[in-house]
Design a protein around this ligand. Structure first.
Ligand SMILES: [Zn+2]
Ligand SMILES: [Zn+2]
Length: 344
């Protein structure tokens, strides 16, 4: 079968790989109908996340169950399913607490041996372990494009809001309007935010956030801090989300949050950083960080997608063939696409 493999930094290739086979009783084989190219795939593409040459990448997929082990109960052969971007065992201590994102035995699709050695989803078919937890049936009325978001990007945007403790009537700021930031905007509005300030430098992304119902603020052509203060009676927002994962937006999020408010950092931070920790302390902020607990949210996210309350369809900018993966990564890396869906 054909699969997209990492070769070396800035080099991905479509290769012929062996067919996946069932191993454990709760494994399934899924025929991929759509897979996403994600911001976190760029970390692999640039060599920042180490992946072995020849490893199949990709972690977002919708497809049809082709084969299922004897212990798979929650999905069946023929079902159209969406996969979460990682697996969880359901029995370790973090899983028993519901912290599936910190599962001691979890594997992330398409991230090489250092994240569980699980081949990726940018392929014709893939092996899905722990299928009872990893997979969900997709409601008939939900397109594969839209369902694809439940397993990672919308789940992550949703997590930024849910883990940030947002309540109906809150004000929210979202910094960074990539797919996750745009999904956080939708999740905040769906959750009853009274106003969502959407901050970025790209006009098209600001316009899309505005079309969802947010108040767009240009990071450099406007003064987001002044605008947010003016609109909130000088207080700042109840919840500020950094959907970028860099010290600068995190620092701005700290300055935009109200006293005793919350900052939710959903981007992938790395290393050490200089942030205004004194200001965060003085304000009594709640700082909530980390990768999203997508498995914990996936049923609610799918329900909201089915209801149409969340609708990430406008975020999909490009449909491309799996065979054009190298071109897709190039386009995505040059920020010429917002979200690319690959079809085998
Ligand atoms: Zn992703
Ligand atoms: Zn576990």
């Amino acid at each position: 079968m054909r699969a997209v493999t990492f070769q070396s930094p800035e080099q991905v290739r479509v290769e012929e790989k062996a067919e996946p086979e069932l191993v454990a009783g709760d494994d399934t084989i899924v025929q991929v109908e759509a897979s996403g190219v994600c911001g976190s795939d760029l970390h692999i593409y640039h060599g920042r996340v180490p992946v072995e040459a020849g490893f199949t990448i990709g972690h977002e997929f919708v497809g049809t169950v082709l084969a299922a082990g004897e212990d798979v109960q929650r999905v069946a052969v023929g079902d159209r399913v969406v996969g979460c971007f990682h697996t969880a065992c359901a029995t370790c201590t973090p899983c028993l607490r519901g912290d599936y994102h910190r599962c001691a035995n979890g594997q992330t699709f398409g991230h090489g041996s250092h994240l569980g050695n699980l081949q990726g989803a940018q392929a014709e078919r893939l092996l899905v372990p722990r299928s009872n937890l990893t997979l969900r049936r997709v409601p008939d009325s939900v397109s594969s494009d839209v369902a694809l978001f439940a397993g990672d990007v919308m789940g992550t945007g949703f997590h930024a809001i849910a883990h940030g403790g947002m309540r109906t009537g809150d004000t929210v700021a979202v910094l960074g309007l990539g797919p996750v930031g745009l999904c956080a905007v939708q999740s905040a509005l769906a959750g009853g935010a009274v106003e969502v300030f959407a901050i970025d430098t790209v006009a098209e992304r600001l316009a899309m956030a505005a079309s969802f119902g947010a108040t767009p603020l240009h990071l450099t052509e406007q003064d987001p801090k002044r605008e947010v203060r003016a609109a909130t009676g000088g207080a700042g927002v109840d919840l500020a989300v950094d959907a970028v994962g860099n010290p600068e937006p995190l620092a701005l999020a700290i300055s935009l949050a109200r006293d005793a408010g919350t900052v939710s950092g959903i981007g992938a931070y790395s290393g050490r950083a200089e942030i205004p920790l004194g200001l965060a302390w003085l304000k009594g902020l709640d700082l909530r960080l980390g990768v999203a607990n997508v498995i914990a949210h996936v049923d609610r996210v799918l329900a909201l997608l089915e209801a149409g309350t969340l609708d990430p369809a406008p975020i999909v900018s490009n449909h491309m063939s799996l065979d054009d993966a190298a071109e897709a990564y190039g386009i995505f890396d040059r920020r010429e696409a917002l979200k690319i869906v690959l079809t085998p």
